[in-house]
Design a protein around this ligand. Structure first.
Ligand SMILES: Nc1ncnc2c1ncn2[C@@H]1O[C@H](COP(=O)(O)OP(=O)(O)OP(=O)(O)O)[C@@H](O)[C@H]1O
Ligand SMILES: [Mg+2]
Length: 329
């Protein structure tokens, strides 16, 4: 049986108002996340990864707005709900972990207090049950001596432990969707690996979909079932991890792959993609990638026509004139 979609983002457009003018930050973004599946949203800094998560969570800043499209969580369109109704979904049906767990933890309250409150609120249990469940959840995320940890304040824990506490907190609400925005970027490499392993282990019994944001392809390789590549607010490619890693089609994806350092080689060199990433206020007619595309000189359409999305193999979508040409040839 087909696994159900917990999240379905369809033709999402969003703008930011800057000095009385609206600039499009997301253009026609569509993707979905199934239960027990990890979808990685990948792209350079500024491509719209965080804005996508904020749209889903209903947490866009004041000057941001979803202008069209839909965001279905378990089939319910969040863009049609009031702020109050979306707030009820946040924390319960969808939980989020960030780069800096302190933004979500209260520095003035113990870990135990915060976990218990969360459990009482979202699982409707009494304080005593909440306490034993809190111990259980800390165990689940691999925290030793959970009873002692519950008495501590967030500042008494290391960054890696704080991230585990936040993961425990989010999981304890039993969300259908877990959104992780660069949750390992601030951690050192060993701890980063541990958190990734933890998320992979939890995925199995969590029964949720995971939307994982990162610009680190090494992390993507370890965690992704499917991958969505964004460039300047557009989806340029989407496919299974194997399709994207073994058979990248868009010149931007190919560039990203070439930029991955081979850590097994001694003194590896990171090769950035040549060219400058555009600002959202910059107007680029045609394909947004054309100023940096190595094939732009031989492509007649790219400076005037936006490429259509083509399915090159089952579930593998690419928006590039190059691919269209190959398919129609
Ligand atoms: N409140 C805002 N007002 C105007 N522009 C904004 C605002 N927040 C973000 N942007 C712009 O929107 C674009 C997308 O930003 P976003 O934070 O989603 O990038 P990102 O892909 O998450 O990057 P990073 O990898 O650096 O986290 C960027 O060009 C950014 O400058
Ligand atoms: Mg971001």
């Amino acid at each position: 049986m087909e696994k159900e979609n917990v999240l379905e983002v369809k033709n999402l457009h969003a703008v930011f108002r800057i000095q009385k003018q609206d600039y499009e930050v997301l253009h026609d973004i569509s993707f979905h996340v199934k239960r027990n599946e990890t979808v990685c949203i990948v792209g350079e800094s500024g491509c719209g990864k965080s804005v996508t998560t904020l749209c889903v969570m209903g947490l866009l800043p004041q000057n941001g707005k979803v202008t069209s499209g839909s965001i279905l969580l378990n089939g319910e369109d969040l863009t049609k709900l009031s702020e109050n109704e979306v707030r009820k979904f946040r924390g319960k049906k969808m939980g989020m972990i960030f780069q800096e767990p302190m933004t979500a933890l209260n520095p003035l309250l113990t870990i135990g207090y915060q976990l218990r409150e969360n459990l009482m609120l979202h699982r409707g249990v009494d304080k005593k049950t909440a306490n034993s469940m809190a111990v259980e959840y800390l165990n689940k995320v691999g925290i030793a001596n959970p009873e002692q940890r519950l008495k501590q304040y967030p500042f008494e824990l290391s960054g890696g432990l704080r991230q585990r506490v936040l993961i425990a907190m989010v999981l304890s609400a039993q969300p259908d969707l877990l959104i992780a925005d660069e949750p390992t970027t601030a951690l050192d490499v060993t701890i980063q690996k541990q958190v990734i392993t933890l998320l992979n282990d939890l995925k199995k019994d969590m029964n949720a979909g995971i939307m994982f944001i990162t610009h680190d392809l090494g992390v993507v390789a370890e965690i992704a079932d499917r991958i969505v590549i964004l460039y300047a607010g557009r989806k340029v490619e989407e496919g299974s991890a194997a399709q994207i890693f073994n058979n990248p089609q868009h010149p931007y994806t190919k560039g990203l792959m070439a930029a991955v350092p081979d850590v097994d080689k001694e003194d590896f060199v990171i090769q950035p993609i040549p060219g400058i990433f555009p600002n959202i206020t910059e107007e680029i007619p045609g394909c947004r990638f054309n100023p940096r595309c190595p094939y732009a000189d031989s492509c007649a359409a790219c400076k005037s026509v936006a490429p259509e999305t083509v399915e090159v193999e089952e579930g593998h979508m690419v928006a590039s004139h190059l691919v269209k040409k190959e398919v129609s040839a």
